[in-house]
Design a binder for this molecule. Sequence first.
Ligand code: MN
Length: 733
Amino acid sequence: MIINEKFENKEIAKQYKELLSISYLQLTKEDKKLIRLAFDTAVDAHKEQRRKSGEAYIFHPISVAKIVASEIGLDATSIAAALLHDTVEDTEYSLDDIERLFGNTVAKIVHGLTKISRLKKDTDVSLQAENFRKMLLTLNDDIRVIIIKIADRLHNMQTMDSMPENKQVKIASETLYIYAPIAHRIGMYNIKTELEDLSLKYTEPLRFKSIKDKIEESQEEQNKYIKNFSTFIEKSLQGERLKYFIKGRSKSIYSIHKKMQKQNIPYEGVFDKFAIRVVYKSNSKNERFLAWKIYSIVTDHFTPNPTRLRDWISSPKSNGYESLHITVMGPNNKWIEVQIRSERMHEIAEKGYAAHFRYKQGEQKENGIESWLNRVQEVLENKESNAVDFVEDFKLNLYSEEIFVFTPQGELKSLPNGSSVLDFAFSIHTEIGSKARGARINGKLVPLSRTLKSGENVEIITSVNSKPTANWLDHVITSRARSRIKSSINEEKKRIAEDGKELLRRKLKQLRITLNDKTTRRLVHYFKVNTSLDLFYRVGIGTVDNKKIKEFAASYNNTFINFIKKRIGSNSPKKIKDRDEFTSNYDKLVFGKNKEELPYSLSKCCTPIAGDKVFGFLTINDGVKVHRRDCPNALSLQSNFAYRVLPAWWIDSSEQRFSAKLNLSGIDQIGLVNQVTRVISNNMNVDIFKINFDTEEGLFKGNINVHVKNRTTLDKLVNNLLKINGIEKVTRE
Ligand code: MN
C-alpha cells in the first residue's frame, strides 16, 4: 500500500482544527490546551497503526472525539478521553502514563473504556448480550464512559464496510440490541436513529436498500406536500411576526422497517412516514405561549384529531424531550403529524441534555455539564423509568358519552359512545348506509358491526349489491340508522311482494284461477298471513311455492264445491271468519342473543300464547320454560336468577332465514374468488356472513356461511357456484 505521509499529516492537522471548531460547547483556553495534549498523545500512540481500510488509525479516535464534541456536545474532558480511548488497550501507553499526563478524571474515563473493550474480548461467548447491557448500565464509572463508548460504536458502524461480513452482522446486531436502546434512554435521538439504520444496513441489506430507495423516490413529493402545507399557515404565522422554519421529518429507515414487520404490511401501507416540524425562535419567557399560538394557527386551517395531541412541553419526557405534537387533516385529506417546538427544544430533542445547558445562565451554566451527567446517570440507573411509557400510552379520553370519528375528508362526526360502522354510515347519508358493505378504519378492513373509537378515521366501503337486512338492526344504536334500516327492509319487502304478485298471478292462471280481490282474500286466509303484502312477499321469496299453490287450488275448488253445497244447505261460511281472528304472524319462539331455537314448554302459571311478550327461564330438569313478562313470578325469577333468564322472541317461521355452510373446492384461477363473491352477491335473498378462502399449491378451498330463506334459494346458489369455471365441488356442511 502506498501511503502518502505528507498528505496524511496535513489531513490530520486539518481534522484537529475542525475538531475545535465544531465543538458544541464553548471551549476555554484551558480546554483547548487539554485537547491539544490529548491529540498529540493519541497521534503518537497510534502512529504505527492502521485500520482494516488502510487509513491511519488516528482518524478513528479523532472521529470519535468529533462525535463527542459536536453531535453529543460533551465537555473538553470527554473530548480528550475520546481521543485517548484506544491508547491503553491497543498501544504502548499505560494507564499510569495517561494519569500522569492528564490527571485522574481523564484516566478514569479511559480506564472505564478499556475495561469495556477487555470485557468484550474476554467474555465474548459466555456473556449474553442482555447481561452485557445491564452491566454497562450499572458500571460504577463516570457516565461519560458509556457516552464515549456509544460514539466509538457509531464511528465503527459508519466505517464497517471493510470488515468481513460475518463480523458486520455480529456487530450490527449487538448495536441494535445494546447501544441503540442506551442512546435512546439518554435522549440522544439522532445517534440512536443512525445506529439503528446502520445496523439494518448490515443485518438486512436488501430490505435496507429497498426502503432507502423508496424514501428517496418519494422525497420530491414529500417536499411538495410540505411546501403546500406551509402556504396555508405562512401568512398567519408571519402576521404574528413569528420567526420560524418549517421542515419535514422523515421516519427513519429502521422504524419504517419495524412497522412493516410488525404489521406485516408493504412500504406503501406505512402511515405517517413523515411529520412536519415548525421550529420557532423564542426567548424563554414566551416559549410556551408561542407554541400554543402556533397550535391555534395550524388548527385554524386544518382539523385536528382530538385524540392525538401530545403536550410534551407541559410535561417533558424523562429523557428531556419537549415538543407539542398534533395530528391534523392536512392538504389532500391526509393525516399529518405536526411537531411544534422552539429552537431550544429542537436542539434538546436532537442532542439530549447537553443542549439544556447552552441556554442556562451564570452558575447554572457552569454546573451544566455536571448536572447533566448526574441526570443521565439517574435515568440510566432508574430501572423503573416507565415515565415515558406511561405518558405515551396515556390516551386522551375526554369524552365518554360521545365519540369523535373522521370521514376520509377529515370531517369530524360525533356519535353516541358504542356506535358502530353502520351507525356512522347512516349518519353520513342514507344511501351510504344502505349500500354499506364494510369499512376501512385507519386503513384496516373491518365489518359493519365494528364498534367505533374516538379518533378513528372511517371510510365506508359500499357495494351496489348491498342492502339492509334485519340482522343489521342488531348492530346499530342510533335511532336514525334504526329507522332507515327498517324502512328500507319494508321497501325491499314491497319490491319482492310485487314480483311475488306477478308470479302468483301466472301460477294461478295455469291452475285456472284468476287473481283478484276475492281470491287474494282467500289466499290470505288459507296461508294464515295477515295481509296481502305478506302473502305476495312469501311467494316472492319462495316460502309459498308451487306445491303449496297447487294445494290451495285444490282446496279452493273444494271450497267452491262446498260453497255451492252450503248455498244449497244455506249455511253461512262462519268458520273462515273465525279463523281470521286467530291468524297470527307468530308461531315459533327463539331464544338468546343469537336467536337460537331451543326446545321449550309454556309455563302453567301464566300460560302465554303466541304474540305475548315473554322470556325463557332455564330450569334444571325441564329445559326452557316460557313465561309471560307480566307473569306474577317474573319479577322474582328475573331478580333472583337473572343468569338463567333468556330473552325470547316470537318469530314467523315462514319468514325465517336459516344459515348454511358451504364448502367449495377446485382449481385456483385468477379471478376465481371475485367470481364466487359476485355469484353470491348477485343472488338476491342470500346474505354472506362469513367467508373464507384459501389456496395452496394451486388448489382452491373455501367456505362460505350464508343466510338463506329456504332450500330452493340454497339449491339455486349451489348450482350457480358450480357453473364457475374452476369450481369442482360445492358441499353443504
Ligand atoms: Mn475505538
